[in-house]
Design a protein around this ligand. Structure first.
Ligand code: ZN
Length: 254
């Protein structure tokens, strides 16, 4: 298991802590609100221990597998499955499907991660990869990526009208809920992603183009850093500090 350097107070969650979080703290009501206008059925996904190497022993064979949860009758059932797997990460599928499970659209999203910014102390992602620290990040990078998120949000506001901003536990996600954006083709998404990168934003092209269709579920636990995935308004983001903000700290941190 690789050891990553993380900002003060951020660390892997234990299996017991994950279970405790999903049993007592996970806010299903907020999750359901997130999908209020979702056209179709939501597919969820979990990964138990791909990065942390922490997983329930009985699921050792599937520890690194992406497990899709799409056969459920209620969100409560989804929650029970999540508790059973006690995963390091929970995602949802941004693709939209019809009743015959054919893909009919996809939510557009932007993923800004701190490891992608060039840090005055730790260098570029390439530098960090050379030291086997590809997932490490520091407080400076976190702050830099936060400023980028504010700027990208403002830039996207000129083009879209229904944007959601989310602290992912590492960096930030911007979700586009505009109905029109669901219909964009792969090529159009790729062009938007490339343009945004040209403007200097350190986004993950794979996410925006749609090749990576999974995105971290808001209000879930990011088990790599022990932080709650938290939607924020742009105003809230400007004053947000994930090291100290109580809203993104699970109870087990005390
Ligand atoms: Zn750094």
């Amino acid at each position: 298991m690789a050891r990553y350097n993380l900002p003060t107070g951020m660390r892997y969650s234990t299996l017991q802590e994950r279970k405790q979080f999903y049993t007592y703290e996970f806010n299903l009501h907020k999750v359901s609100e997130w999908f209020d206008k979702w056209p179709g059925r939501v597919k969820f996904a979990v990964i138990m221990g791909r990065h942390t190497g922490i997983f329930p022993e009985k699921y050792r064979e599937d520890a690194s597998t992406t497990i899709i949860i799409d056969e459920y009758r209620s969100l409560e059932e989804v929650k029970q499955e999540i508790i059973e797997f006690s995963p390091e990460a929970v995602y949802y599928d941004r693709s939209i499907y019809d009743e015959k499970d054919q893909k009919i659209g996809q939510e557009l999203a932007f993923d800004l991660d701190p490891e992608n910014v060039v840090c005055p102390t730790h260098g570029s992602l390439e530098d960090k990869m050379k030291r086997n620290q590809g997932l490490s990040f520091c407080e400076t990078e976190l702050d830099m990526v936060k400023q980028e998120a504010v700027q990208l949000y403002e830039s996207l506001e000129e083009r879209f009208s229904d944007l959601r901003l989310v602290y992912s536990g590492r960096g930030f996600h911007i979700h586009v809920f505009d109905q029109d954006a669901y219909k964009l083709s792969f090529q159009q998404r790729l062009e938007i992603a490339q343009q945004v990168k040209k403007e200097g934003f350190h986004i993950d092209e794979w996410v925006s183009s749609g090749e990576m269709r999974l995105i971290r579920l808001p209000y879930s636990l990011n088990g790599l850093v022990s932080r709650i995935v938290l939607p924020l308004t742009k105003r809230e983001l400007e004053a947000f500090n994930p090291i100290t903000d109580k809203r993104c700290k699970p109870e087990f941190l005390g």
